[in-house]
Design a binder for this molecule. Structure first.
Ligand SMILES: *Cc1c(COP(=O)(O)O)cnc(C)c1O
Length: 408
């Protein structure tokens, strides 16, 4: 049974965790925006690495080290191909999105001066706010904020008005993790480039649903984490254009990132090693590549179409429930449904849903400025993946109605 290109039964069989129970009920996992589940194909790759060729990379002449290095570099090429980077060394493997943003933010301390301006959006994850605030403290640069609208979109006219010759960097998420809004990054980038500013796109929430072509979009920096796209935790990437990465100083000093070390002077290695100090998450990097292979096998167009169907269905059903307020109603969204029920704290709703085996996230979703904008403490967030089903949404709705009757 294939629907919108997704054979749910077949896909679900790939994810061992989906057959477990929680509180005596089959698990309904709707916390995909926080982390996705891992298919057996990716778990097998990790087990295979530790079972057969666990070794440190780049250093050894021995066979295992060569096999590990080859697999790691093939993964880098898979990531390069997926995002259409011009060169494999423009892909820096990091511990995740947060690490990737910090590499850029910390590097820019050497390139900015007082009076420079940075532009951030009002709907960012804290990891795309705090490193830049720290950068502003260090350099005297100023942070300007693109405001958002009630619908949960960016006010683009206000954005254009913020840009000027002092603007050095713009950072914005491709998709908001709290609202699901897909931001018009192409327009954002074109306008930023027109004043000579560079753009960092936080793709942590977009990459599981949308295949971004960094060259076609002319993206300067793109960051994402593997654990939101069927890969393991603790690994992610920083894509940067070669000349921009070359202009940044290294983030950490240590092994692997040097060309030559003497006590008089140390010179740094070329890309990507300059930003990859120390022993990386080798199994994780290899599994990151495997996760992209897995998702590409299913196909990103099929994934997006199917998830959108789930979103539309869930939104329509949820709107019928009395007292429900949905946050984030942008015309273009990924499958994130953030909502509250009048008079009920999101945490209480989430706890009762958990008792019925349904995993949703509650709280501010690491995006407090959005919650402040709507003047709420947080939301309940159900976020869907291609391995979810309409039947699971029906179960959530039944559970939600029961929770509301218990709490009101
Ligand atoms: C999850 C997320 C992050 C942070 O990712 P980590 O894997 O925790 O580093 C940043 N931005 C967005 C939009 C996210 O969804």
């Amino acid at each position: 049974m294939t629907y919108k290109g997704i054979d749910s039964k077949k896909v679900r069989a790939d994810f061992p965790i989906l057959s477990r129970e929680v509180n005596g009920q089959p698990l309904v996992y709707f916390d995909n925006a926080a982390t996705s589940q891992t298919p057996q194909q990716v778990i097998d790759i990790i087990v295979d690495y530790y079972s057969r060729y666990n070794a440190n990379i780049h250093r050894g002449v021995h066979r295992l080290s060569q096999e590990a290095t080859d697999a790691y570099e093939i993964a880098r090429q898979t990531i390069q191909t997926h995002f259409n980077a011009a060169k494999a060394h423009e892909i820096i493997l990091t511990s995740g999105t947060t690490h990737a943003i910090n590499i850029v933010a910390s590097g820019y301390a050497a390139l900015l001066k007082e009076g420079d301006e940075l532009v951030v959006s009002a709907m960012e994850h804290h990891s795309n706010i705090v490193p830049w605030q720290m950068l502003c403290e260090k350099t005297g640069a100023q942070l300007k904020v693109i405001p958002m609208t009630q619908l949960g979109t960016l006010d683009m006219d206000a954005y254009y008005a913020l840009l000027n010759k002092n603007t050095k960097l713009v950072f914005v998420n491709h998709v908001s993790n709290a609202l699901g809004t897909v931001n018009p990054i192409e327009e954002i980038i074109t306008k930023a480039h027109a004043v000579g500013a560079k753009v960092l796109v936080d793709g942590a929430q977009a990459a599981p649903h949308i295949k971004a072509d960094v060259q076609a979009l002319d993206i300067d920096f793109y960051v994402t984490s593997a654990h939101k796209l069927c890969g393991p935790t603790g690994v992610g990437m920083l894509y940067g254009k070669q000349d921009l990465l070359n202009a940044l100083p290294p983030y950490q000093g240590g092994g692997e990132m040097i060309a030559e070390v003497t006590f008089a002077k140390t010179t740094y290695a070329d890309l990507p090693h300059k930003f990859e100090a120390g022993t990386p998450n080798i199994a994780g990097g290899i599994a990151f590549g495997a996760a992209l292979d897995y998702m590409n096998e299913i196909g990103f167009e099929a994934i997006a179409a199917f998830e959108n169907e789930l979103l539309v269905y869930a939104t329509n059903e949820l709107e019928q429930v009395e007292g429900v307020q949905i946050y984030g109603q942008a015309p273009e969204k990924t499958a994130v449904l953030s909502f509250n029920v009048k008079g009920i704290h999101p945490y209480d709703l989430g706890s009762i849903l958990d008792q019925m085996g349904i995993a949703v996230r509650t709280g501010h979703h690491c995006a407090q400025p959005i919650m402040d904008f709507y003047q709420i403490p947080g939301t309940v967030r159900a976020s869907f993946s291609f391995y979810n089903t309409k039947e699971e949404i029906d179960r959530m709705l039944v559970a939600l109605k029961r929770a509301i009757s218990m709490l009101q």
